[in-house]
Ligand binder design. Sequence first.
Ligand SMILES: [Zn+2]
Length: 427
Amino acid sequence: MTSLKFYNKIFFLLTFFIGFSSFYSQKKFTIVLDAGHGGSDIGANRYYSDIGSVQEKNVTLGIVLKLGRMLEKHKDYKVIYTRKVDEYPSLTARTDLANRSKADLFISIHVNSSPSKSATAQGTETFVQGPNQNKANLDVAKAENDVIFLDEKDKENFASYNPSSPESLIALKIQQSKYLQASLTIGGLVEENFVKKDKRLSRGVKQENLHVLRMNAMPSILIETGFVNNYDDARYISTEEGQQAIAESIFNAIVSYKKLVDRNIKEPEPEKPVEQPLKNDFRILLMSTPTKYNEDDPALKGLKYILPIKENGAYKYYYGTTNYASVRDTNLKTAKDAGFRNSMAISFVPNQALGMGYYTLEIYAGKDKLDSKSVVMKTLPDMIRTKENGIFYYTFGRYRTFEDAVKAQKDLESKGINNTVIEKKLK
Ligand SMILES: [Zn+2]
């Protein structure tokens, strides 16, 4: 091979591989990790003499950073943090970031707090966006939607929003229905891992109107990782081990969720197998009659592509020709719908010579002889003329197969001789 050809080939291969790899690296699975609260917004908190101060904003950041590190080790994932330090991004800023980055998943991490002093509430729960289903969730909504921490943009976005107005509910239902099922799926996986892997108590997956989820254009969940005013929970979520276990459970849930998403994308609807042609051709027999009709005769009920074949003195009118079963069935239905109730599909063995006999073309049938000066007589002077029951018949040619006769018929049409009929002559 010449060097030019060689370099061309290298160039082609390079282009191919670059194109190929960029195609696959094009879209990473993008996850927005949102550590709830931050900065002056401490979130839920409690002081214990042995544990010290447990602050929601620190717990959520600890879990998010651990989870982010796990995800970043895998090339399939792209992680976007709403915050990596102790600061407070507004809820609108968090949502805008997620929507701008066209993320595939939004995960907001939080810590719960029960209003009762008894501190019996314990365990995890995950929220997806939706109208609240029961009154108990309202406490979570109040805490997480805390109006003190809404900035000017937040107030503008959320102030006019009244979750109990019919308009808001309709808008919400439309928005949430798009991502609800996916959000419920990832939420369910997270809670399942908390129970099975970490032996935590799960309060389940719930729907609630939460500002940080409401404007997201992607499946979104808010995970309450435990109750700050429950001693066991508070100790668990404030330790490195507890946070690591929580992060792992969420990580495993994301991996499972992505597998489900990939399967849905990569496995297209099972395609119908490509229809194989049949061995024989099929035509729809409309009727058999001694009368000869021309192609535009009303007796043919407006059907086109009609082929008359004469046999034993009768004209058989066939509609359509195909070697596909589906087309054959459609043609039969068309014929029946047109009014040929007794029509049926007849199979023709292609290119089969008649054992005893031949095909010829009937050019003319009529009470009068053809004028010797007519175009037909001049074009086909060696036609054979016969007379039967007072009718003159003019035929032309001898053909071994049906296909040969069709070809001759087409040939005559190009010479202006129309409405001829293929006739099967049996000896
Ligand atoms: Zn919170």
